[in-house]
Design a binder for this molecule. Structure first.
Ligand code: GLY
Length: 382
């Protein structure tokens, strides 16, 4: 089988498939690269809950539940730490409007049976003394953790190599289609990689693969996110003990503290096509909003600015499972939840490839929900 795209989603599928005895090739110019090189790595099923996304919530929670075992198994298989940290999250409000918004989120969380505790501003600052004095209240969510996506990607590359996955360093330029069935891909240098089953896991680039019939083309688009990295010097640690986030003037800002002293600040959300320019405006907005939350950040060295592309989908949920073209499965469109959904996506797509049956938990996310025609049978995988 062939996986087009060696980001964390493609690699998790490849690793899990190889564990099931399948012969796997991954095509990617830079395996382990992609959006994971920029992402902060929040596992935020509860704090990123939105109205109308209850079905996605169930998927997110299931993947979060699998994370500790997934991280431990991957660390064992690769010999690398993935930086999984069960640190929890604090979502805070800076003014009356933010507080009303957060109260609404809390009510939705409670209706959904989720664990989130309302705190006064003083209680928030007792938990996180670096917070601004003006914080008006917050939600303590002890179940939303973090992982380091760069370490996760590096560990997946090693685990894949050790499991016998062939990493072919080249981008698939065109899907091979023979007798109305996917048959692999042709790389930019003309190399043909033939496969009985092909998985398209190309993140925001998934819709750009030539040769895809219109009804198998995933409706994904790039959503730019600019992210900053700061360093907390040892004498100032622990600067923050958990992820701290807020919605400031309608924009999400979050600060994710790593055990090694890195502090990741994200993220803008911009619909600008395939543009990954880091802009003065983006950096300014992130620093301005983060500074309102945690004024002390201005003392810290700024070590990196990057922009990545989330693979957005029309309903903000991923496309998982068989496409309209026999022999081609999709694993893309994870939007804001790619890191969170990596364990579940790897398990589900590998199961589908190995057994021909797509696990029930991903049935609501099959690509046929975007087709105008009647949905194909879940059984018709290959
Ligand atoms: N889930 C965080 C982000 O997409 O910015």
């Amino acid at each position: 089988m062939l996986v087009i795209g060696g980001g964390i989603i493609g690699l998790a599928i490849a690793w899990r498939s190889a564990q099931r005895g399948l012969k796997v090739t991954v095509a990617d110019p830079e395996p382990g690269g992609g959006a994971a090189g920029v992402a902060a790595g929040m596992l935020a099923a509860v704090t990123e809950l939105h109205y109308g996304e209850q079905t996605l919530l169930a998927l997110n929670l299931e993947s979060a539940r699998r994370y500790p075992a997934f991280a431990a198994e991957l660390e064992e298989a690769s010999g690398h730490s993935v930086g999984y940290r069960a640190c929890g999250t604090l979502a805070v409000a800076l003014d009356t409007d933010d507080r009303a918004h957060l109260r609404e989120l809390h009510a939705l969380q409670q209706r959904s049976g989720l664990d989130a505790q309302w705190l006064s501003g003083r209680e928030c600052r007792r938990l996180e003394p670096m917070l601004a004095p003006g914080v008006r209240g917050g939600l303590r969510v002890d179940g939303d953790h973090q992982v380091d996506p760069r370490r996760l990607a590096a560990a997946l590359v090693t685990a894949c190599e050790r499991a016998g996955v062939r990493l072919h360093r080249g981008w698939a330029a065109r899907l091979l289609v023979e007798r109305d069935r996917a048959a692999g891909a042709v790389l930019a240098d003309g190399t043909e990689l033939r496969a009985g089953q092909t998985v398209l896991a190309g993140g925001s680039l998934s819709g750009r693969l030539a040769g895809l019939p219109a009804d198998a083309l995933p409706p994904v688009r790039p959503v730019k996110g600019q992210v900053l990295r700061l360093a907390v010097p040892a004498p100032l640690a622990p600067f923050l003990s958990r992820t701290v986030r807020a919605v400031v003037r309608g924009s999400h800002v979050y600060l994710v503290p790593r055990a090694n002293g890195e502090l990741v600040i994200g993220a803008t959300s911009e619909e600008l096509g395939f543009d990954t320019t880091v802009t003065a405006g983006g950096v300014y907005e992130l620093l301005r909003d983060a500074h309102e939350l945690v004024p002390g950040i201005t003392e810290l060295p700024l070590t990196e600015t990057r922009a990545g592309l989330r693979p957005g989908s029309p309903d903000n949920a991923p496309l998982l499972g068989p496409s309209a073209l026999p022999g081609l499965l999709l694993a893309t469109g994870h939007y804001r939840n790619g890191v969170l959904l990596t364990p579940l996506t790897g398990d589900a797509i590998a199961t589908a490839l190995a057994t021909g049956v797509l696990p029930e938990e991903v049935h609501p996310f099959t690509p046929d929900r975007f087709l105008p025609a009647a949905p194909a049978s879940q059984e018709q995988l290959v």
